[in-house]
Write a protein that binds this ligand. Structure first.
Ligand SMILES: [Zn+2]
Length: 62
């Protein structure tokens, strides 16, 4: 699973395959524990897939 803000959904979808998207609730956003993996802004979406993801360093993908 990766977590991104609304600006980086596309990049997030490109990083994982067979993506599923969950919107992060306002409550969870206010808690402040979700940060975009790409820019560290407050995240809006969780992106994840069914299968355990290979650990790929972000730098090699972007
Ligand atoms: Zn971002």
């Amino acid at each position: 699973m990766i977590i991104v803000c609304s600006k980086h959904v596309k990049e997030g979808l490109e990083i994982i395959h067979l993506p599923h998207i969950h919107l992060i609730s306002e409550e969870d956003k206010d808690f402040g524990s979700y940060r975009c993996h790409i820019c560290s802004e407050k995240a809006d979406y969780k992106l994840f897939n069914f299968f355990p993801q290979k650990k790929i360093p972000l730098e090699t993908v972007i």
